[in-house]
Design a protein around this ligand. Sequence first.
Ligand SMILES: [Mn+2]
Length: 336
Amino acid sequence: MIDIQELRDRVEDNITKTDKTIIVPHNGVDCDAIASSIGLSLIARKLKKESSIVMNDSSSSIDSSVKDIIEKGKKDFNIINLSKYSNIASKNDGFILSDVNKDYRVSVKEYLTDPDKIVIIDHHDPDKNTVKSNNKFIDTSYSSASEIVTMLLKAFKIKVTPEIANYLYGGIYLDTGQIQRNIGKGTFDALSILMNEYGANPDEVNAMFADTIENLKIVHKLLEKVECLKWKIAIVAADEDDEYVQPQIAKAADSALRTDCDASFVIGRLDSGEVSISGRAKNSINIGEIMGQLGGGGGPTSGAAQFKDTSISDVKNELIRVLRPSYSIVKQCDNK
Ligand SMILES: [Mn+2]
């Protein structure tokens, strides 16, 4: 477990000894990354220091629930893109990475040069691409970065508004597949703090994630193509000509896991032409490892990879090739 008091001291130190604090969620920002980043902005504010959240995603890669949080968040917090940051960057900026530790998953990679001025708060496995930092707080036993930041906000005795409490609750809700998987020892403590001390409302969080009928239809169309391979692995390979946005592929993978399958993988083409794969698992398969072998990344229960200049069927074959050493996938389920 992370020593929250030590994390508190290092965060305070990093914020107070630098000119301004740059808070960095992962590329392809999700609810956990933005909620925990906004929580960290509250800490800088309490310490009376300037902070900015820097992200550089294209609008189509962001889920609508996250877009809403960003739009509302912009009224209260500095949420800026990389080119804006490059105009205000200074040598003595401090960085806090939230929900990410790999250099290829952040927009500000080239600025991350001083390990003393970087704090990492994350729940994804570190690897050789982990940003060099002397203040690493990475622990995969936490459900989410939002869970860690909730405990940190409490340690700072910060009064969190119900709206931001909802975002943090949403971050936990998302990363646990609606409180179904990846739940850590302290997850319910964090949810309890968010609800009972800060006023988060689970009904409002559910509404935040409510899908449109249009989107639901698209996800269902994807799911119609599900194959259940031996060892209870669900795979969806979309039609080569159909285009999707990343959140639809991720949602289909979430839905396919809400079955008796142990893992789910959904492969579809994005409007950029790239082929994208999202994977989800309960606990018998490490998705991050599999996605790593495919050139992507992720944590034990969720991950993704993208491929240029390839076909959906090639990606599916490559996935099966990577899965085969641990799972002999030869025969489809009887009901197919
Ligand atoms: Mn996360």
